[in-house]
Ligand binder design. Structure first.
Ligand SMILES: *Cc1c(COP(=O)(O)O)cnc(C)c1O
Length: 386
């Protein structure tokens, strides 16, 4: 296989001679109808029925206890961490190979990320490396708090991210969190539609965050959701994301410093229509992934497939190239011909704001940073939904 063969294959797959984006939204159903309904009713903003319907759709689909819709995935993460009690000076374990939003949310709370390596099986946080780092660097004190030996700071949570939709080994993290008195929070921004041992990602953590940004598997324009494992946490999440307003007749009363993070009704309307096609999109994505897999079979490129414990949504299809030279050649060849492939994000500890963060051995992340390439992953129009 040479680079041109891949370019031809992608053009044939999408039946297109134009620019082929990495991932674009697909609107096939009731999007216009529901959005114009919010315009007709004037309920485009903080009042209207679509937000509740959208939250119920998330709950039905993921089987999470409660979902709270918010303005984007980053605020979903911020809110999840806030409601989990993460505060100034705390440490949160996460991966260096992630989108910057994961770590921005930690930093915005005044907390600090601790970077642990990813697993080559999932591309997400590695449970073995996490355990090893904790054993070397942490202890649980007599109050049941997990402390960092060197700095005596509290380690409060583990925040794994399901990279490109591939689930991390969640049972392992549930156990690590139990053993080390930590809270599990999932960054499931990319993994709506992905299952871990038959159960939806985002339902293992005390809180999880989903994103409905325009590049995700379904979109609300901008949007996100916090998935909550317990009703009491969901009440707190709803309250804090809606300015902490309390019932007081006609008066505006609030009982704590709240956020205005509520998803507007017009965005939720779009989301309700998108949800009606999510099952189809997931199937189309499997179909596309298996085409890529067949194409790369026997080549020097390693098409990344889901871990055997998981059923992934294949949000972004991924290959691992033999080395950085071949990766960069392929990156250039495809983009020169308007096929938008992308390298993985720069590792977090290579960014100026996280360069001094505490970290473990990151050799798998470092290796992947130079060799990984994402391929166009929009569901192919006309691919059967069956
Ligand atoms: C998209 C994404 C987010 C943030 O979502 P926004 O809706 O864009 O704020 C967070 N984490 C990861 C891993 C993402 O891919």
């Amino acid at each position: 296989m040479n680079n041109q063969t891949l370019i031809n294959f992608i053009r044939e797959t999408y039946s297109s001679d134009d620019l082929i984006p990495l991932h674009e939204p697909t609107f096939l159903g009731n999007e216009k109808k529901y959005v114009s309904d919010t315009l007709d009713s004037t309920f485009v903003s903080s009042i209207g029925g679509y937000v509740g319907d959208f939250e119920r759709a998330i709950e039905d689909y993921t089987q999470c206890k409660k979902a709270v819709a918010v303005v984007n995935g980053t605020t979903a993460l911020y809110t999840a961490l806030y409601c989990a009690g993460i505060t100034r000076g705390d440490l949160v374990i996460t991966q260096a190979l992630t989108f910057v939003a994961t770590c921005n949310a930690i930093k915005q709370l005044g907390a600090e990320p601790v970077f642990i390596d990813v697993s080559s099986i999932s591309l997400g946080l590695c449970p073995l490396s996490t355990k090893a780092w904790l054993e070397d660097n942490a202890f649980v004190n007599e109050y049941g708090e997990c402390l960092h030996k060197k700095t005596n700071r509290k380690i409060k949570a583990i925040l794994p991210m399901h990279t490109f939709g591939h689930p991390v080994d969640l049972n392992e993290f549930v156990e690590i969190c139990e053993n080390w008195c930590l809270t599990l929070i999932e960054d499931a921004a990319e993994s709506l539609g992905s299952l871990y041992r038959g159960k939806h990602t985002g339902t293992f953590g005390k809180f999880s965050a989903i994103s409905f940004n325009g590049n995700k598997i379904i979109t609300t324009g901008g949007g996100g959701a916090v998935l909550c494992g317990e009703l009491i946490d969901a009440q707190k999440t709803k309250h804090i994301t809606t300015t902490a307003r309390i019932a007081d007749g006609y008066h505006f009363s609030h009982d704590e410093v709240g956020f205005n993070y509520r998803m507007p009704n017009i965005n939720a309307a779009l989301g309700c229509a998108q949800f009606e096609y999510l099952h189809h999109f997931v199937k189309q994505k499997w179909r596309l992934a298996s085409r890529y897999q067949a194409f790369f079979e026997g080549s020097i490129y390693d098409f990344f497939t889901e871990p055997d414990y998981a059923q992934s949504n294949y949000w972004l299809n991924t290959i691992i190239c033999p080395n950085i030279v071949s990766r960069d050649k392929l990156l250039k060849a495809t983009n020169d011909q308007k096929i938008l492939t992308r390298p993985v994000w720069r590792l977090m500890h290579h960014l100026p704001m996280f360069k001094d963060s505490i970290r473990g051995n990151l050799s798998v992340s470092e290796d992947l940073e130079g060799r990984l390439l994402n391929l166009p992953s929009t569901p192919v129009k006309g691919d059967s939904y069956a």
